[in-house]
Ligand binder design. Sequence first.
Ligand code: NAD
Length: 250
Amino acid sequence: GAGLAGRSALVTGAASGIGRAVAAGLAAAGAGVVLADLDGDRCEAAAKEIEAAGHPGRVAAAVADVTDPEAWARLTRTARRCFGYPTLLVNNAGVLGGHGLAGVTADEWDRVVDVSQRGTWLGMQTVVPFMHLAGGGAIVNVSSVFGQIGSGAAFAYHGAKGAVAAMTRAAAVELAAAGIRVNAVSPGLVETPMTVGLPEQFVADFVAATPMGRMAVPREIAAAVLFLLSDDASFVTGTDLLVDGGYAAK
Ligand code: NAD
């Protein structure tokens, strides 16, 4: 992760799974990281565990609902106070709905779309002004292979994640001249708390349809996020990087 040391980073959904692995990777690369999550206790615990690992980068935990503009204002204040103007942003918070088109309720639609789409929009809109002040930055939005291909499950999630990928491209074009790169990462199935409750048959079928024949671990998604945040990706913007063991290539 070239160029990450000493930077101020914000990661949402950082109490768990992929977000937690991204926060740990950023701290290992020497960045100061604000871990933000709806679940304050688990977020605090994740930050303590990362701190205990003795990484060069310091961490702070903050309770925040990414769908709430005031929470974003508080988050950026925390980042500025702890580590300076945030120049790295990872919009990772997301929730999964379990219904196909026929079964989606308005509540499920609102919840799934609000966290991924509205949360990612608000995150970028709130943090980008500080990237302008700092002279540049990098954003990674976590989409999904379900943003690129269809399935009979999780219709609202497909809609939300496709929107995340589209907003990533739009923001990349708008912000390129300001030295702000915006990319997405699209995981296949990953071993996290989000997927432990999935029906066994769904997981078995997904793994069988994955050329590499297994699920990912969070560290493998975090590595792609860290690459896109780093100076190693200095000419990469507006892309959507699949980390799916070949699932979408079939
Ligand atoms: P996870 O459930 O382990 O972690 C998600 C975290 O987001 C949780 O800690 C949760 O409290 C937090 N969160 C939920 N709503 C929030 C809100 N409104 N504000 C702030 N935080 C909120 O899930 P994960 O598997 O680590 O997923 C991380 C991201 O990766 C999500 O966007 C998910 O859609 C995406 N993704 C996951 C998989 C997978 O197979 N696990 C696959 C593709 C994409």
